[in-house]
Design a protein around this ligand. Sequence first.
Ligand code: UDP
Ligand code: LCN
Length: 817
Amino acid sequence: IEVKNELLGLMGECCTFLKANGLLKDEISDDMPLPRKTIRNSCDETPPLMQEMETVIEDKMKRLSSSMAYSANILCTTQEAVVVPPYVAFAIRPNPGFWEFVKVNSNDLSVDGITATDYLKFKEMVVDETWAKDENALEIDLDQWTLIYQHELSSSIGNGVNFTSKFITSKLYAQSGSQQLLVDYLLSLNHQGENLMINDTLNTVSKLRAALIVAHASLSSLSNDTPYQSFELRFKEWGFEKGWGDNAERARETVRFLLEVLQAPDPTNLEALFSRIPSIFNVVLFSIHGYFGQSNVLGLPDTGGQVVYVLDQVVAMEEELLQRIKQQGLNFKPQILVVTRLLPDAKGTKCNQVLEPVLNTKHSHILRVPFRTEEGVLRKWVSRFDIYPYLENFDASAKIIEIMEGKPDLIIGNYTDGNLVASLMANKLGTTLGTIAHALEKTKYEDSDMKWKQLDPKYHFSCQFTADMIAMNSADFIITSTFQEIAGSKDRPGQYESHEAFTLPGLYRVVSGINVFDPKFNIASPGADQTVYFPFTETQKRFITFQPAIEELLFSKVENDEHIGYLEDKTKPIIFSMARLDTVKNITGLTEWFGENKRLRSLVNLVVVAGFFDPSKSKDREEMAEIKKMHLLIEKYQLKGQVRWIAAQTDKNRNSELYRSIADSKGAFVQPALYEAFGLTVIEAMNCGLPTFATNQGGPAEIIVDGVSGFQIDPNYGDQSSNKIADFFQKCKEDPGYWNRISEGGLKRIYECYTWKIYANKVLNMGNIYSFWKQLNKEQKEAKQRYIELFYNLHYKNLVRTVPTASDEAQPAPVTR
Ligand code: UDP
Ligand code: LCN
């Protein structure tokens, strides 16, 4: 209470400060035009709100007691303030996921706590007073079903499977009848008409327990490696079906896990049991927009890491499924289908092929389904921002069921469009749904919610945010790459967190859009294909055939369509970066830091792979601007001789050898993005043993332990970052072992946390646990789904009607990314 009072006092001080600086005028009366505004803490520049607060606090601190200093720190956690004279409303975020709202009356400095809804109304006052005051304005509350079943600590966010296992355990223990639900669930296991685990003979808890005790005793008398076939008949007589294990040892363990769960449930045995239950054989992944293909697609609009991620995900999941199915003693073949858009105008890619086997898999395919308009099949590419009119009719379920000869067991969506279609299909078929959104667009554009009317003609954010909320709330589980994706960092809210409470004035006010404490959130970080991205030291595996081409790419003095600039001193180490030439990737930022830092220039050369060189050939406004900026920077800092700019590269084998060649030069990889959701290039470089400097804004901050497995750099402080890189190379000169220590630290980190094997194991465990949870939680799930359906039908569909459909005859739509 004392701290809170002090905090409130400080809020008053802050208002006084705002007044003194003309940001809040106390002489303004209610009937005068209001100088309303929102002041935000933004990460792209020195945060203005923080600056204002800090000035007040710094002054106060000199006289503050330690508890006051503590409360001053709390004040620093204010994310945003809204000035609606005579009030200032503050949104405070003391910890990830935790928000408090207060309003301060600048006349009498009285302070009151307010609800999220009232805070949103303050924000609306800035742009649409009528709406803010409308008592019947539509409010969306999607979180009423989560309340009892949720984490309570920020540190638990993202550990969904773990928490859900505990919750299921307590239900199995305390709620009469729930053990029977487990028996019913086991009875429902079936693949291609064949019952698995148990049959109707064991249809009650007591019958099942009695049979399990007999089975356990019998299996204990067999040697571990006795094949399942040797005791299959006896098992069948007792009411057991296949799926317990491929030999006596595995079957005995599985029997014991189930017995323990039925006798005295505990989360460890429950998780172990579910990791073995044969419930997933057929998986559908949706990744709809862009060019989804296996070659020549990177660098095309909207096509980046998501494609790499999905393809690697398929390979890893198929491997894990094959292993699990074998260990379960079954011989079904798993099937994974990536469903995407068929693009008749394929531009030299295979995106016009209906069915294409996924490379490095035995049974997985890409299935392409065309977009349809009233005129028939749409031939041309459509930006992901304009894709909404084609999604509802993108019904691939009949085709999927035909190919899989049955319904899928798990559906996973990717990005807004894929997630929406996945949620519609999962709802229709009753299948378990996982969603993934590497980038939720809402956080990328400042005030994208408040300014939706202004931005809608170009980005259709009203459709996107509505679709995102529908999908993330329909999902049984959500897969994220990092904690920050869910709940951000100490200073910056997470992507999902920004959907907790927001408002689209004039459309609807979201009082609870998603709850980051919901145990549906799980962190499963991707890896990089380790058959391609392996350490530079594994010389016998190296793709030496690429070396002459790479030598040319890096060092020849010619300028052509593939490279410009050259490296005068070939003996220097190289700092290397590779990304799409988007503003957010900040390749121009890195070039500028290099240009500015004489010390760095004396130590290393710079090589970047990004975009291409002729702005007139780009369809993308952002890319055009970045291309021009690159040319200007090379000119301004006279970088020729020290910088090589290489156009976008599409061959991942050659790229991996490029990373390794940079490692041969004892160089480093630099990922300077203003914000990066995850950053596949970071782990590709680390897998190749290349010391890596990566942005601390976003996912890479979790990947790299600063100074141990690489280095974190702050893209907002270029000087500091370029000096950090220069210090590293200076130190490498003085201590020749230093480069190797960082390289090895990076590899250790990758092997411990960032491999596709770890990922696939986690995701399949999610599929298993949440499939059962869905049954146990059926009533709540159905109630929520009815609310979501209402939102979809009454609101989302109308919004989609505002998005123009493309026509093949018309001029190409402008590319919006
Ligand atoms: N990439 C590529 N050629 C390029 C630029 C990028 O092959 O010219 C690949 C890169 O190796 C990585 C992916 O594209 O696999 C980019 O993924 P990341 O997560 O770094 O960024 P995104 O493009 O998804 O934002
Ligand atoms: C999209 C992004 O923006 C990247 O940060 C990720 O690494 C990529 O997808 C794959 O997850």
